[in-house]
Write a protein that binds this ligand. Structure first.
Ligand code: ADP
Ligand code: MG
Ligand code: ZN
Length: 641
């Protein structure tokens, strides 16, 4: 049976393997067990009930709290030709009738509904006449008063299941791990003999970091500048803070949106929609934002203020990197922000003194997170009762702080010598071009393509290189003049590096790169994806995830078979959309080939000196000249011939 499940996973979802959690959960479900699955956000809960639903001859009903969540999920299923639908208030009458027809004809595999729908007796009656195998409750913590999103209508579910009067398998999924929530879910859903599956809470692709003593505005500006195109969320604790940040970052021309309870429904919806489609890159929001958003390509979540407890922090931060790609969670800590959270607790009249104390304690544990010197991940996971990580994760700011630094001396020497050889009158853009080996009229005119450092970083990622040069400037290894055309100059420290008197040591991995967002092929693929998504009325990352696009840009498949090897592209998706992306890739590969040939021609013509290069080399070495051989050959050619 599991083999069959794997086949379906590959065919419909384009993934070769189940993740460890999924495999176990799905085996239990296929065994017919009722199951409560508690696994972290982004670990792929949907597939846990979707794959069994596809294997069952009967209908699976999925209860999901939010319209936007349902839509994304059903969109994703439909583009893979999985017969599914949702019913909620957003449907027109025709659409509704059409779905009912399909249900009656037993044409659907999955039906998504909001719990409120269960209050509608007519609708429930209709369902009782259908063959239903499983009810899957997504975001099941909503049934618990202790869950952060308690929803009263979730309490209708057991009555509904009883009314169905069939042998129904109940599965429930959440990322909330506290014992009280767990107990509530099992009791309130009246699950008999449930298998409780608690998966590891670690999210390996997330980098955790605490930032202190930085000017908040300039830190954010620098961060957004460095990660120019990566989508992200900035959380702040008050509406006012959100408004201020939004105004400030807009003024700096960043693509930002905002979200808090003080905006109208329409404003909120507009910002949210734009964030989902990628028309807005960064969302600045209070914690009112996020529930019901499955945007999988969020690359960073920055908390401008400390949140109220670790649960909230991990949930909000966890919205980063759902697609499994690299992502960052940064907490900016300022002691005065503790007061805001204390005020929220104090001001809440509904809280008993005991509850206030509990909340105060939780806040204290959140503050400890910013103070510890040991692994941030270990601290967080321990808080949730997961003790598997011990001492050192290697992927948080504290672990990296302990880790060896990276020796960047040689790369620094290359950059410095490029600046030196170009006679020190060029700016950072030009240095980048020279290092990457890009030609321009000016470069050719000035013969800068002849210096020995030309193209010494060929093929290297431009953003990372730029970031590295900026690092050298900020650390004083290079001077940058003021004015509107700043140029780079060597200084004493530069020469110390060049002469090997000092080393350039840098903390490893200090920068997490989201560099694919700046890769031209990724950008082309992204454009095509946006076009299709707009036409189909779905979110772009639902069509193909960013991680899939990155892999496409990386491996550049140019035919069906190569493309099907990419994670996230199954047969069905390929049939529907594969060709659009293939076209882009085939063109890009052709262009690359042409470019390659051209640069080969270029170098062969350029290498035509009037003298024998080997003799020049001999001359240079015997005279102990500190000059590039090619430069010397060129010079001799010009002088003597
Ligand atoms: P959750 O509901 O647990 O937060 P989702 O169901 O939204 O997670 O899935 C998160 C992401 O993981 C989605 O982009 C999904 O396509 C991807 N995913 C799920 N299962 C797999 C798998 N077996 N291999 C690779 N990616 C997967
Ligand atoms: Mg989910
Ligand atoms: Zn760590």
């Amino acid at each position: 049976m599991l083999k069959k499940a794997e086949k379906i996973l590959f065919q419909y979802f384009g993934y070769k393997k189940f993740r460890a959690n999924q495999e176990e959960i799905i085996s239990f479900i296929l065994d017919g067990r009722n199951l409560l699955g508690i696994i972290p956000t982004g670990s792929g809960k949907s597939i846990c009930y979707q794959v069994p639903a596809l294997l069952s001859p009967k209908l699976t009903i999925v209860i999901s709290p939010l319209i936007s969540l349902m839509k994304d999920q059903v969109d994703a299923l439909k583009i893979s030709n999985i017969p599914s639908a949702f019913i909620n208030s957003s449907l027109s009458k025709e659409e509704y009738i059409n779905i009912i027809k399909q249900l009656r004809r037993n044409k659907l595999k999955l039906l998504y509904i909001a719990p409120e729908r269960l209050l509608n007796a007519k609708f429930v009656n209709l369902l009782t006449n259908l063959q239903i195998g499983m009810v899957a409750v997504d975001e099941a913590h909503c049934i618990s008063q202790w869950g952060h999103d308690f929803r009263k209508s979730y309490l209708e579910i057991p009555k509904f299941i009883e009314k169905l009067n069939q042998d129904i398998q109940i599965t429930a999924f959440t990322a909330t791990a506290t014992p009280k929530v767990k107990q509530d879910i099992i009791e309130l859903l009246e699950m008999t003999n449930p298998k409780i599956f608690v998966g590891g809470f670690d999210r390996k692709n997330l980098f955790f970091k605490v930032v202190k003593n930085e000017d908040p505005e300039s830190y954010l500006v620098d961060y957004l500048d460095l990660h120019k195109k990566a989508p992200g969320i900035i959380y702040a604790s008050t509406r006012k803070e959100v408004d201020n940040l939004y105004a400030y970052l807009r003024l700096k021309h960043f693509s930002v949106g905002k979200y808090h309870a003080g905006l109208t429904d329409k404003e909120r919806k507009d910002f949210q929609d734009k964030f989902i489609t990628g028309d807005i890159r960064v969302m600045i929001a209070t914690n009112a934002f996020g529930m019901g958003i499955d945007k999988s390509n969020v690359r960073f979540v920055i908390h401008r203020n400390i949140p109220k407890d670790i649960e909230s922090y991990y949930q909000e931060a966890g919205r980063a990197g759902r697609d499994g790609g690299q992502a960052e969670c940064i907490l900016m800590f300022y002691p005065e922000d503790i007061g805001i959270q204390e005020f929220f607790i104090d001001m809440n009249k509904d809280l008993s003194t005991q509850l206030k104390k509990d909340k105060q304690k939780k806040l204290e544990k959140m503050v400890v997170y910013t103070e510890i010197k040991s692994c941030l991940r270990e601290y967080t996971l321990k808080y949730f009762g997961d003790r598997r990580i011990k001492n050192y994760c290697g992927n948080c700011s504290n672990c990296l702080g302990l880790k060896d630094v990276e020796n960047n001396t040689v790369d620094s020497q290359k950059v410095l010598s490029c600046i030196g050889r170009s006679k020190e009158n060029i700016g950072i853009r030009m240095v980048l071009r020279l290092l990457l080996g890009e030609t321009s009229d000016k470069i050719l005119r000035k013969g800068l393509d002849k210096i020995s450092t030309f193209g010494i970083f060929k093929g290297y990622n431009k953003n990372l290189l730029e970031e590295f040069i900026n690092y050298l400037i900020s650390e004083g290894y290079i001077d940058q003049t003021a004015g509107s055309y700043p140029v780079l100059k060597l200084n004493e420290k530069s020469f110390d590096v060049l002469n090997g008197n000092i080393k350039v040591l840098r903390r490893k991995n200090e920068v997490v790169s989201f560099d694919y967002y700046e890769n031209p092929i990724f950008e082309r693929l992204n454009e095509v994806r946006s076009e299709i998504a707009k036409k189909e009325g779905i979110a772009p990352y639902v069509l193909l995830s960013d991680v899939t696009l990155m892999e496409l840009a990386d491996k550049k498949p140019t035919n069906r078979w190569e493309m099907l090897k990419i994670k996230g592209i199954g047969n069905q998706k390929f049939e529907n959309y594969g060709q659009y992306f293939l076209d882009v890739l085939i063109t890009e590969v052709e262009i690359e080939k042409l470019k390659d040939n051209k640069s080969k021609e270029d170098t062969t013509t350029e290498k035509k000196y009037m003298v024998d290069i080997e003799k020049v080399k001999y001359l240079k070495e015997s005279l102990n000249l500190d000059i590039d051989t090619e430069e010397l050959a060129q010079a001799i050619s010009e002088i003597f011939f």
